[in-house]
Design a protein around this ligand. Structure first.
Ligand SMILES: N[C@H](CCC[C@H](N)C(=O)O)C(=O)O
Length: 279
């Protein structure tokens, strides 16, 4: 049976969105998601995102399959696309600019802003090694600037979870990083029991950084919302940036704030609709 979908992207991190409001389980399997994400034999995307009925008094539930069929806890660019998708689905019956979305990383709160962007309360970062998870240091300690051997070199990584796991390395020149070569070696490193998203950051100033990313389950992407949030937190923890900064990704900029009032991370960026179809 053909599945209707709508293609969205957040700074080139692109997703197939499926209206799954009629049932509480995804209408397609991870295997079918792999086929739909294939950029030659399918639609082409970094993942498939399902708009499901809410749980525990939330408006909706988001689930996502990466392009390799794995299911992550959360997706920052994806939840902005989901908010835009829901607004399109609700049309004139929409009652609010804000949604509460149940995810495997907790309740996320995207808000459609007046200028067509989406601001998301991404919740509090998890910083203890046991919460990432990583074995780079004892579980009750923060993994900040920890050494790790990858591709015959010792790197210093800072690990942050936004519900999904990230390791951040600060470098002098992100353009020089051989991402396709070292990305998979980080992703599958034994120090990360649930694998890892890997961000390389070049700090430009106290409120600006450049980022490139190798995503768990998706490889090189043009942007990573949870990764940008994790990178800002790591930059604050290591004294490199202030709590509000622009993260420049290959696909464009995200504005990130780690509030010193409520310790929550806020991300603001676009969500663009591309086309609809059936698969
Ligand atoms: N590949 C990620 C999920 C998508 C995250 C990224 N696309 C974002 O915008 O946050 C993981 O397995 O944790």
């Amino acid at each position: 049976m053909a599945i209707e979908f709508t293609k969205y992207h957040g700074l080139g991190n692109d997703f197939i969105l499926v209206d799954n409001r009629s049932t509480s389980t995804p209408v397609i399997t991870p295997e079918k998601a792999i086929a739909m994400c294939d950029r030659h034999f399918g639609i082409g995307a970094d993942g498939v995102i399902f708009a499901l009925p809410g749980e525990n008094d939330t408006d909706y539930t988001m689930r996502i399959f990466n392009s390799d069929g794995s299911e992550p806890e959360m997706c920052g660019n994806g939840i902005r696309c989901l908010a835009a998708f829901l607004a399109d689905l609700e049309g004139t019956s929409r009652k609010s600019d804000k949604y509460s979305i149940h995810t495997l990383a907790g309740v996320m709160r995207p808000q459609l802003t007046f200028d067509g962007e989406v601001k998301v309360d991404m919740g509090e970062p998890r910083l203890l090694a046991g919460e990432i998870p990583t074995t780079l240091c004892p579980p009750d300690q923060k993994a900040v600037e920890q050494p790790i051997e990858v591709a015959g070199k010792t790197w210093e990584v800072t690990c942050v979870s936004m519900g999904n796991p990230h390791c951040i390395t600060f470098v002098d020149d992100v353009a020089a990083i051989k991402l396709a070569e070292i990305g998979p070696q980080f992703e599958n490193h034994p120090a990360f029991p649930q694998k890892i998203n890997t961000e390389f950051i070049q700090v430009i100033s106290r409120d600006r950084m450049k980022m490139r990313v190798w995503e768990r389950g998706a490889g090189i992407t043009l942007a990573c919302g949870t990764g940008a949030c994790a990178a800002l937190v790591a930059a604050v923890l290591t004294g490199r940036c202030d709590r509000i900064a622009t993260v420049e990704l290959p696909g464009g900029p995200l504005e990130i704030e780690w509030s010193d009032i409520d310790q929550r991370v806020y991300m603001t960026g676009p969500a663009e609709r591309v086309f609809t179809g059936k698969f």
